[in-house]
Unconditional design. Structure first.
Length: 151
């Protein structure tokens, strides 16, 4: 891992502005390409080919529980930063921008065209002006029904 890549990965984890492409970041680019290729492969598989679909999901995600169903198409940034619990359903059109960790707990159902992102663009006009270090809001995302407050 290059020092440039190490610094970008640190910024990704620390919610700081970063770009994950360019000289010294070839490993990150390759990881993104592999994730996108695995997602594309999954999206093109026959729906009845359950074994192959499971195999591709195990390669795509960082970890995956039991009884996970993903309706194609699914889109990812990396794929390997996504951790899926047991009994999870992804409806069609799910997009996971997993520049940092996305943790989806047990017993979660995602509706159609849901986007979960750990990266984004500034919303405040001053932050969006031209200059250095203007991309912010990268955070870990955790979806866990057991953690909700029902009171």
């Amino acid at each position: 891992m290059t020092s440039v890549e190490r610094e970008v990965r640190r910024k990704m984890r620390q919610n700081e502005l970063y770009k994950d492409f360019g000289a010294g970041l070839e490993n990150l680019e390759e990881a993104r390409i592999l994730g996108k290729e695995s997602a594309r492969e999954y999206n093109l598989l026959p729906l009845r080919d359950h074994g192959q679909r499971q195999e591709v999901l195990e390669r795509l995600f960082g970890s995956i529980g039991k009884d996970v169903w993903v309706e194609p198409p699914i889109y990812v940034a990396y794929g390997k930063h996504i951790h899926v619990g047991n009994s999870v359903y992804f409806n069609s059109g799910t997009t996971l921008v997993d520049d940092s960790e996305v943790i989806i707990g047990d017993e979660v159902m995602l509706g159609p065209n849901v986007t979960i992102t750990t990266a984004g663009h500034p919303l405040h006009p001053e932050l969006g002006r031209a200059g250095e270090d203007r991309w912010v809001f990268n955070q870990e995302r955790r979806i866990d029904p057991a953690a909700r407050n029902d009171s």
